[in-house]
Design a protein around this ligand. Structure first.
Ligand code: 9Z3
Length: 324
């Protein structure tokens, strides 16, 4: 029995994974998150009228932190601006998917691409009668962002769940996956978040701020258990799964992506190199390596548009095959 999700798992989680969850600090408002997930999935599985069930994609985005103290002052971080995840969501929603967005607090959000970096202060002004209005150069961008965002939320097609630490990320991911289990092949995982490989177990972590007066810091980080295996084997075995492989050394990128594909039995691994990630990615499948590039003839193009188009096509074929 997995008490966190109130559901029974048929095969017990592997010991390492179980110990990670058992020793993690309790997730705040876990019951509230599970309730939101249940309602969102129910709504999209039986849309009003005679609509057919929507496909549901869980998009993860941003880097996880690894706290060094329980009352955290310092932490280790993984790089990710959240741009990939946020941009991909817009294309998934356009393609008719419902999206569960598991994102790092403070990272890029969907529909905000054309807004300046500090939208509140730069886009708005206060007139004499204290009404707030949009400043001229930003009117169109704000209108588009607000209406597309509100339409996705009000239409019940976008659920946003924030995380900060590796503990929160994996606990929420598990809840999402277990809630999506019954969707079968209609479920997709698009795992673009940059997830720490190492962490300090909660029980061996200092409670208070580590003191520099104690001399050099000697700290042991342990390996984060590979949750992709649990996701594929137990949490949502019928889901279509896409993970990302990030390297800075292009010589090892494809080899590492192929290894991940085989080891975790992903349907696709998107391989990207840090410095070129906005221009080109290589999608590795069981028998192909597909180069996906941004359309350089258009200034406002991005690599996510052809990438999501490819994924949607492959997911459609997967659903068809699963129905046979
Ligand atoms: C990625 O590779 C993403 O494409 C990026 C996107 C983080 C590079 P941005 O958010 O960048 O648009 O700035 N995500 C996965 C990174 C990762 O940690 N992958 C693990 C690995 O490479 C596997 S889960 O070992």
């Amino acid at each position: 029995m997995d008490s966190r999700n109130g559901s029974v798992s048929e095969t017990p989680l592997d010991a390492e994974i179980e110990s990670f969850f058992d020793s993690a600090p309790p997730l705040k408002d876990s019951a509230g998150i599970i309730k939101k997930l249940k309602e969102f999935i129910e709504y999209n599985s039986t849309p009003p009228g005679k609509g057919s069930p929507r496909r549901v994609v869980c998009v993860t985005s941003g880097g996880t932190t690894v706290p060094l103290e329980q009352r955290c002052v310092r932490y280790i971080d993984n790089f990710s601006s959240g741009h990939r995840g946020a941009t991909s969501i817009e294309y998934f929603i356009k393609a008719g998917y419902a999206v569960i967005f598991l994102y790092r607090r403070g990272t890029f959000q969907p529909y905000c691409q054309s807004l300046p970096e500090d939208p509140l202060l730069e886009c708005f002004e206060c007139s004499d009668d204290s009404t707030i209005q949009v400043r001229q150069p930003h009117t169109e961008a704000v209108k588009r962002a607000v209406s597309d965002h509100h339409a996705a939320i009000a239409g019940g097609h976008l659920l946003k769940l924030p995380f900060t630490t590796i503990f929160e990320y994996l606990q929420i991911l598990q809840s999402i996956a277990m809630s999506m289990k019954d969707l079968g092949s209609l479920a997709v995982f698009y795992l673009a978040a940059a997830v720490s490989d190492f962490y300090v177990p909660w029980k061996s972590m200092a409670e208070h701020k580590i003191q520099s007066a104690s001399g050099p810091l000697d700290m042991r980080l342990v390996q984060v258990p590979k949750m992709l295996s649990a996701l594929k084997k137990e949490w949502a075995p019928m889901a279509f799964c896409i993970s990302f492989k990030l390297e800075t050394d292009s010589k090892i990128l494809l080899e590492k992506a192929e290894m991940a594909l085989k080891k975790y039995r992903m349907h696709m691994v998107v391989a990207n190199e840090l410095s070129t990630r906005k221009e080109v990615v290589t999608v590795v499948t069981g028998n192909e390596k597909i180069l996906v590039c941004r359309d350089k003839t258009r200034a406002d193009s991005d690599v996510e548009e052809p990438l999501i188009e490819l994924i949607v096509g492959r997911h459609s074929a997967y659903i068809k095959d699963s129905d046979l």
